[in-house]
Design a protein around this ligand. Structure first.
Ligand code: CA
Length: 371
C-alpha cells in the first residue's frame, strides 16, 4: 500500500461566507484504491496549512507507506521546521496524520480506537462549549443559549468569553455577572466551566478566579495571555480552581513549560498538534507529569470524531469531551456525523474514523487548493 494522491480542499458552508470561515480537509488516496480523510485547524480557513500540504508535504510523501505515519510526521516536522514549527505547519501535519489513521483503520477493518490499544469507553459524555458570551451578548441572551444547549443533555457547560484579548480586564464586571447568573440558572450541582480566552491580566484573573471558586466552577480556562506562561502558572498556583491552558500550544516542549509553570490541566488540540499520533504523545506527557489532559476540540465533524477516538482510548478521562456550538450545516457533506443521544456520543465499530464524505454533497461545496 502506497500513497498515490493527496487532495486538499476547503468546504464552503454558505455562499456568503469569507474564505477564512471555511473548513479545511485533506483526502489521501492509496494505490489500492483506499482513501483516508483528515482535517486541519480552520484558523483563517486553514488555507496556510492546505497550501503547505499541496506545495511542501504532498510531493514529499507520494509513494510512502501510509502505515509509516509517525515517521512521516517527524521527518516532515524537521524538514519543514523553518516554515514555523507552530500553527500552520502543525495543523498541516495533523490533517495528514488523521487521514493516515483513517486509512490504517480501513486497511485493517478496525476503528481507530481499537488500533490505539482499545477503548476504555465507547460511550462518551460531553460538555457543551458555548462561545460568544462577552458584551456582544446580553445577560438574558446568555441564559437563553445555556438553556437551549441544556436540551442536548451535556454533563457540563463551559461559557466562553471571546475576542477581547487586546483589551484586558475591562469586561470583568460583565463576565462575573454572567458567571453568577449561569450558576443560578443551572443550580448548585451542575458542573460549569469558564473560559476567558486570554482576557485578563494576572491580577484580573485572580479576581475572577476567586469568584469562580465561590461559585464552584469546575475549571478556569486560559485566564491570561497564552504566551505568558509564567503568569498562567502563577494564576494556577494561587487559585484552588483548576486552571487550564494549552489549546494554543503546538509542541511537546511548549506543553512541558506550561506544566512546569504549574498548570494542572493541558488542552492540546488534535487538529492543531500532530493528529492522533501527536495527541497520544501529549497524553503520555500528561500522564507522566500527573496533570489532566482534556483535549480542546471545536470542529464538529472530523476533528470531533477523531478526538473522541483518542479520548476513548485514554486511561484517565477526568472531564467530558468538548462539543462546540453545533452547526448542522456542516453535516451536509458526510454520510455520518457525531451526534449525541441521551447525553452520550457513541463510537461505532466502523473502520477508521467511522465517517466518510457524501461525494455528491461534497462536490457541490469543495474549493480545491492546489500547488
Ligand atoms: Ca478555550
Amino acid at each position: 500500500m502506497k500513497i498515490e494522491r493527496i487532495e486538499t480542499f476547503q468546504v464552503q458552508w454558505s455562499p456568503d461566507e469569507s474564505p477564512n470561515q471555511r473548513s479545511a480537509y485533506v483526502r489521501i488516496w492509496t494505490d489500492d484504491g483506499l482513501h483516508g480523510i483528515g482535517e486541519a485547524s480552520p484558523m483563517q480557513g486553514g488555507l496556510a496549512s492546505l497550501n503547505m500540504i499541496a506545495h511542501n508535504i504532498a510531493p514529499a510523501i507520494i509513494g510512502a507507506d501510509p502505515l509509516d505515519h509517525a515517521v512521516i510526521q517527524d521527518r516532515l516536522m524537521h524538514r519543514l521546521v523553518k516554515l514555523g514549527p507552530e500553527g500552520a505547519l502543525t495543523g498541516a501535519l495533523a490533517a495528514i496524520d488523521i487521514a493516515l489513521w483513517d486509512l490504517k483503520g480501513k486497511r485493517f477493518g478496525l476503528p481507530i480506537y481499537k488500533l490505539l490499544g482499545g477503548a476504555w469507553r465507547t460511550e462518551l459524555p460531553f460538555y457543551a462549549s458555548i462561545g460568544g458570551n462577552g458584551i456582544e451578548r446580553s445577560l438574558d441572551d446568555v441564559l437563553r443559549i445555556v438553556e437551549k444547549r441544556m436540551e442536548d443533555q451535556p454533563s457540563a457547560i463551559k461559557i466562553r468569553f471571546d475576542n477581547h484579548r487586546v483589551d484586558l480586564d475591562v469586561q470583568i464586571p460583565d463576565h462575573i455577572e454572567k458567571a453568577r447568573a449561569v450558576r443560578k440558572l443551572v443550580g448548585d450541582k451542575f458542573p460549569l466551566a469558564f473560559d476567558s480566552n486570554n482576557g485578563y491580566s494576572t491580577g484580573g484573573a485572580l479576581r475572577v478566579g476567586r469568584v469562580l471558586e465561590e461559585l464552584d466552577y469546575w475549571w478556569f480556562e486560559e485566564p491570561v495571555q497564552h504566551y505568558h506562561v509564567k503568569a498562567m502558572g502563577e494564576v494556577a498556583r494561587k487559585l484552588s480552581i483548576t486552571v487550564s491552558a494549552g489549546e494554543q500550544t503546538y509542541t511537546m516542549g511548549g506543553l512541558v513549560e506550561l506544566i512546569e509553570a504549574g498548570v494542572p490541566m493541558i488542552q492540546p488540540d488534535i487538529v492543531k498538534m500532530g493528529g492522533v499520533t501527536g495527541l497520544q504523545r501529549c497524553a503520555a506527557l500528561a500522564h507522566s507529569h500527573g496533570v489532566e489532559l482534556v483535549s480542546h476540540q471545536t470542529q464538529p465533524t472530523v476533528g470531533h470524531m477523531v478526538n473522541m477516538h483518542v479520548c476513548a482510548a485514554q486511561l484517565h478521562s477526568t472531564k467530558p469531551c468538548e462539543w462546540n456550538d453545533p452547526s448542522t450545516r456542516m453535516h451536509a457533506i458526510f454520510d455520518e456525523v457525531p451526534m449525541p443521544k441521551d447525553g452520550l456520543f457513541r463510537l461505532s465499530e466502523r473502520p477508521g474514523l467511522g465517517m466518510d464524505f457524501d461525494e455528491k454533497a461534497l462536490a457541490e461545496r469543495r474549493i480545491d487548493v492546489t500547488a
